[in-house]
Design a protein around this ligand. Structure first.
Ligand SMILES: NC(=O)c1ccc[n+]([C@@H]2O[C@H](COP(=O)([O-])OP(=O)(O)OC[C@H]3O[C@@H](n4cnc5c(N)ncnc54)[C@H](OP(=O)(O)O)[C@@H]3O)[C@@H](O)[C@H]2O)c1
Length: 246
């Protein structure tokens, strides 16, 4: 399916993107800003967030904001404070792209360390749960809000050696479905994207031997990211959509 949105589809909207300093999250922040959104760049490495910020500013898109936060150590209070900052600075929030996540190590199930398990579940699941609880009151005030989670092919079909990462993506899809059902009568639409193999650092870590030039780039898969964040997707709820359907 071809996804098309107008060039000002996100004008006036305030959108939070996690993991906005690299890979798909960086491109999504740039693309949302290009389509008129004020983008809040959240991530753990300030230098990378500043690069995204500078690119958005240099392009003349709406001035973004940076929220440095390591989702591994962040507490519920950190997310509540984050929402206070957003409300104080912008007075609104219209969308969240839950993009940041950890891959961990591709390994046999019996070799998954407890620390690795905890870190991945913390960043990929619990942090998104806490952040979503914190932002919901603000999203309810928006006339048309979106929450987009990020899954994976191994988030709906288990595969050997993908361990905790795959389990975390199953949990992500579950969280998305529960929220979408609960919020179906509200102004908030909740969906997930499976990016498919995309040329980023995470993909290179998972498949070190492949030719990355053969992969789609983050820019290639942006039409779906834009569509699900825009008013055009008002009737879509509770779906996990492949950005690169077979
Ligand atoms: N690339 C693919 O082929 C592919 C396929 C399926 C699904 N996905 C999913 O797509 C999403 C984006 O992946 P990607 O390939 O763009 O990955 P990436 O290049 O590794 O980028 C991940 C981003 O998440 C941030 N992040 C990691 N841990 C964090 C933490 N504790 N706190 C805050 N931010 C943190 C990273 O920050 P730093 O830059 O500071 O490390 C980085 O900006 C992920 O959810 C991934 O699971 C990707």
């Amino acid at each position: 399916m071809e996804y098309a949105v107008s060039s000002d589809a996100l004008k006036g909207k305030v959108i939070l993107v996690t993991g906005a300093g690299a890979g798909i999250g960086k491109q999504a922040a740039l693309s949302y800003a290009e389509h008129g959104a004020t983008v809040i760049l959240l991530g753990r490495t300030v230098k990378k967030l500043e690069q995204t910020y500078d690119e958005i500013e240099a392009a003349g898109y709406p001035q973004p904001a940076i929220i440095p936060l390591d989702m591994k150590g962040a507490t519920k209070q950190n997310y509540l404070d984050m929402v206070d900052t957003i409300e104080g600075q912008f007075g609104r929030l219209d969308g969240v792209l839950h993009n940041a996540s950890l891959l961990g190590v591709i390994s046999p199930f019996d070799q998954i360390g407890e620390d690795t398990y905890d870190d991945i579940m913390q960043v990929n699941v619990k942090a998104q749960f806490l952040m979503t609880q914190a932002v919901l009151p603000l999203l309810h005030k928006s006339e048309d809000a979106r929450i987009i989670f990020t899954s994976s092919t191994v988030g709906h079909s288990g595969r050997a050696f993908w361990g905790t990462y795959a389990m975390s993506k199953f949990a992500t899809e579950g969280m998305m479905q529960i929220l979408a059902d609960e919020l179906s009568d509200t102004n908030i639409r909740v969906n997930a994207i499976n990016p498919g193999g995309t040329r980023t650092a995470m993909r290179a870590k998972a498949y070190p031997a492949e030719d990355a030039e053969l992969l789609k780039t983050p820019l290639d898969i942006m039409p779906l990211y834009l569509y699900l964040m825009s008013p055009e997707s008002k009737s879509v709820n509770g779906e996990c959509i492949d950005a690169q359907p077979k």
